[in-house]
Design a protein around this ligand. Structure first.
Ligand code: FAD
Length: 152
């Protein structure tokens, strides 16, 4: 694969999954299972984070496969108001070892995610892709370092 063919897309959306913790967990597990399977088939990598209000996801991969995957994701009724925060070409993958890494709800509810939501006045348009990206990256690195169960 040519390095210049790589793109990164970061979006934010409203979480539309309702129900108790068990139902939410089941839905997230389903999303992760299908994502990991399909992303691995088409060379997409990335990370997903959610809390009760929002999803944030980073997707990286070849342009056409990324577009195809994102079009499917956008139609999913489990979220709404999908807003692209960043879409640009990149040289190297930053989540190369993850067909879809997952930052747990506990981590997403942590101080940093709450802070960026608060700083933005809870207006998704004010959130920058870079901040979401940094947050996902920091959480994944911390979880790997601590060997904690924050990453599934
Ligand atoms: P099918 O499984 O044939 O389903 C048909 C339709 O029903 C689709 O619109 C699908 O979105 C919807 N659907 C499926 N299951 C449910 C359900 N339990 N409840 C409500 N609607 C449902 N997919 C990827 O391949 N890669 C990703 O990285 C990825 N990330 C995602 C992130 C989020 C936040 C969400 C909500 C979904 C994500 N998905 C991802 C899943 C994606 O939206 C599709 O459901 C999946 O790719 C299967 O697509 P399909 O066309 O084969 O749908």
């Amino acid at each position: 694969m040519m390095a210049q063919d790589l793109y990164r897309l970061i979006y934010l959306s409203n979480n539309e999954i309702t129900g108790d913790a068990t139902i939410i967990q089941q839905e997230i597990r389903q999303i992760l299972t299908i994502s990991r399977q399909r992303n691995a088939e088409v060379g997409i990598t990335g990370a997903l984070m959610f809390n009760k209000n929002c999803f944030a996801q980073v997707l990286e991969g070849p342009h056409d496969q990324l577009q195809e995957t994102f079009e499917r994701i956008q139609c999913d009724p489990r979220h709404s108001n999908v807003i692209i925060l960043n879409f640009e070409s990149m040289q190297t993958r930053h989540f190369s070892q993850w067909s879809m890494a997952y930052v747990s709800q506990e981590a997403a509810d942590s101080v940093q995610f709450a802070r960026i939501q608060r700083d933005s006045g809870f207006d998704p348009n004010q959130l920058t892709g870079e901040r979401i990206y940094d947050l996902l990256h920091v959480h994944l690195q911390a979880a790997e370092k601590n060997n904690s169960n924050q990453v599934y």
